[in-house]
Design a binder for this molecule. Structure first.
Ligand SMILES: Nc1ncnc2c1ncn2[C@@H]1O[C@H](COP(=O)(O)OP(=O)(O)OP(=O)(O)O)[C@@H](O)[C@H]1O
Ligand SMILES: [Mg+2]
Length: 127
């Protein structure tokens, strides 16, 4: 059954010290399906993306990509299986972009200006 799923999250949880940032998330995404994650500042959206991409290790739970358990797989192995954290897709949604990093505006402007910003490149684009 899980074979037909592109992505499956079961009980995905992340603790930062005493703070539970992501608490038991369950999610199923089928091939071709689109999902959006919304929530207030600090809700745990970025942390959840980082858990899915492998940038951060989970505290508890399981992540399956096309039926394979990738919970402990490094980010590059997940990328080889087709999973990528791509900020450019978000940038296509609006001609003007404001980038908040932990509550501070670090860049604001057109897509090209934001993409060229040194802090954005270092923190989000891995450049
Ligand atoms: N590396 C970290 N170490 C400690 N606490 C963290 C870390 N990263 C995130 N947190 C905390 O985890 C919680 C969730 O943060 P996260 O950045 O995932 O929220 P978010 O939904 O992406 O917020 P925003 O809308 O502001 O982008 C917050 O309380 C945040 O302070
Ligand atoms: Mg965030």
């Amino acid at each position: 059954m899980s074979k037909e799923l592109a992505l499956r999250l079961e009980g995905v949880t992340k603790d930062f010290g005493g703070l539970r940032a992501v608490d038991g998330v369950a999610l199923e995404v089928r091939p071709g399906e689109r999902r959006a994650l919304i929530g207030p500042n600090g809700a745990g959206k970025t942390t959840l993306f980082n858990l899915i991409s492998g940038a951060l290790p989970v505290t508890l739970g399981r992540i399956t990509l096309f039926g394979r358990d990738v919970t402990s797989a490094p980010a590059h192995r997940r990328a080889a299986q087709g999973l990528e954290h791509d900020m450019d897709i978000a940038l296509e949604l609006s001609p003007r972009v404001t980038v908040l990093h932990y509550g501070c505006v670090i860049a604001d402007g057109s897509r090209d200006e934001v993409r060229a910003d040194p802090q954005v490149r270092e923190i989000y684009l891995g450049a």
